[in-house]
Design a binder for this molecule. Structure first.
Ligand code: GLC
Length: 516
């Protein structure tokens, strides 16, 4: 299917937490491979694998020492090839995560840069002299503290927008671009369907290194400071698109463009640049009909103007799990289930984070077990992201829950027995079966997948729209916080609340095939 990415459902696999094939308590590629049939049956179109490259793990794989290999803890290149082949046999696309903004401080380039300041590799990074006995400017790291670290041997500072173990590359240096073109080709030659580009709005920094005058503190996914989002990125992504376009099979890129302003995002996804960009606006919307409608509309309009499909993201490995963000407990899960039907009926591509289909809540990880550098670099003022990275409960028995025969790297809560894939399978009322039903409907009904879109007039506190193709139309109605509303006349396809028939209670959603 040409431009398959325009209305796909892509499933994010946080590799270390998905499935463990060798009993060491960490997820790995053979583990993923063994669970591919589950994803085919779930009904997604493809997967995005988070980094599995050799890494000292200062930021759980987002600090890479070798971009063209597999960390032995996650398997081998042969395991990767086998996974890819199986996925393709099952009709699943495979995206991998490319981390071009920074390397690990253990990458040979950075080791050379430190060992010999005159080495050519030094210029791959941003080493600069300090100012007034301190760092070169006031830029801060997204993980807390200054974005500059002193290299004592040379007296110069190097830039790191994340942890100090993740030195930023200098994309103004052509050596860097050349190396990444080779890296992209390495994986394209192996057959990947595309790439998720890590912090894709940030590769180039403002060369003047001018101080930023924005507030020091920022939230994880808010629009970032002025020194990123530089114009040089746009031609780079056009070059990458041409590079991928030399390969058969509609290879693609999705950029992690961490900007909430969708007009700013739109410039990255014109027909000659990236195919997709994550849209994080719903990660920040409250459970509020007007706010959600405004955000959906702003996204649709901004991206339609450049001919790009919108994307919808409710969860990922960096944010609090949705049911918890929506208030937690039964009500949080109820809202999250309704939100799933909302996004799965919108035009565009949907990303589902592993465990989202199980209605998993954020886990409280005791401080002594925390692993995320955000927790440590902010002296505990930000809890970090471990709570959304707890491994998947496949079976109902602690401690391994079918995720591992060993000890899971983060403890799986005992009450996840009820949430396990085994327990939810076959239970019509479960979150998992709701996802399966919704994904099956989305696959079999062209109106839902590629039909036209129009808002329907409804009461305040309710969101409703219609998708239409040919003589078929499906309405999606989401009762956010209004009194029960009557559903339109037609065949009820899927509901987020198993009790729903003619009317929709609050915090529930339904898809209805309309009588024409
Ligand atoms: C992205 C990743 C996040 C990582 C950061 C630095 O935002 O999603 O997990 O910590 O980039 O690579």
């Amino acid at each position: 299917m040409a431009e398959w990415w325009r209305n796909a459902v892509l499933y994010e696999i946080y590799v270390r937490s998905f499935a463990d094939g060798n009993g060491d308590g960490l997820g790995d590629l053979p583990g993923v491979r063994a669970r591919l049939p589950y994803l085919r049956d779930l009904g997604v179109d493809g997967i995005w694998l988070t980094p599995f490259y050799p890494s000292p793990d200062a930021d759980h794989g987002y600090d890479v020492t070798d971009y063209v290999d597999v960390d032995p803890r996650f398997g081998t290149l042969e395991d990767f090839d086998a996974l890819l082949a199986d996925a393709h046999d099952l009709g699943l696309r495979v995206l991998i995560d490319i981390v071009p903004n920074h390397t690990s401080d253990q990458h040979p380039w950075f080791r050379n840069a430190l060992a010999d300041p005159s080495s050519r590799d030094r210029a791959r990074y941003l080493f600069r002299p300090g100012r007034d006995g301190g760092p070169p400017n006031n830029w801060t790291s997204a993980f807390g503290g200054s974005a500059w670290e002193l290299d004592e041997a040379s007296g110069e500072y190097f830039l790191h927008m994340f942890a100090p173990e993740q030195p930023d590359l200098d994309w103004h240096n052509p050596d860097v671009e050349e190396s990444f073109a080779e890296i992209l080709r390495f994986w394209l030659d192996r057959g990947v369907d595309g790439f998720r580009i890590d912090v894709a709005q940030a590769l180039y920094k403002d060369n003047t290194l001018a101080d930023t005058h924005e507030p020091e503190r920022r939230t994880w996914h808010a629009d970032w400071v002025t020194h990123v989002n530089q114009p040089d990125l746009l031609p780079l992504y056009a070059r990458w698109r041409r590079l991928a376009g030399e390969y058969e099979g509609d290879r693609m890129f999705v950029g992690e463009i961490v900007l909430l302003d969708q007009d700013a995002v739109a410039q990255y996804v014109t027909p000659e640049r990236l195919q997709l960009a994550f849209n994080f606006t719903l990660l920040h919307s409250e459970w509020d009909a007007e706010a959600m409608r405004a955000t959906i509309e702003a996204t649709r309009v901004a991206l339609e103007a450049v001919g790009a499909p919108p994307t919808w993201v409710l969860e990922n490995h960096d944010v609090v799990r949705l049911p918890t963000r929506y208030g937690g407990g039964a009500e949080g899960v109820r809202r999250a289930r309704a939100a799933a039907l909302l996004v799965l009926a919108l035009p565009g591509t949907v990303f589902v984070y592993e465990g989202q289909e199980l209605g998993l809540e954020e886990v409280y990880v005791p401080e002594e077990l925390r692993q995320d550098p955000i927790f440590f670099r902010t002296n505990g003022t930000r809890p970090g992201r471990d709570g959304c990275r707890v491994p998947i409960p496949w079976e109902s028995d602690p401690p391994g829950f079918g995720f591992t025969d060993g000890t899971p790297w983060l403890r799986i809560p005992d009450d996840w027995t009820e949430k396990s894939v085994a327990r939810q399978t076959g239970d019509r009322a479960s979150t998992l079966e709701q996802y399966r039903a919704a994904l099956a409907a989305r696959r079999s009904i062209p109106a839902l997948r590629s039909g036209s879109f129009a808002w329907l007039d409804v009461a305040p506190g309710v969101l409703a729209f219609e998708r239409r193709e040919g003589d078929e139309a499906v309405a999606c109605v989401v009762n956010v916080d209004a009194d029960p509303v009557a559903l339109p006349d037609g065949e009820l396809l899927v509901a987020s609340d198993p009790e729903v028939s003619g009317t929709l209670p609050r915090a529930a959603a339904a898809w209805v095939r309309l009588r024409m």
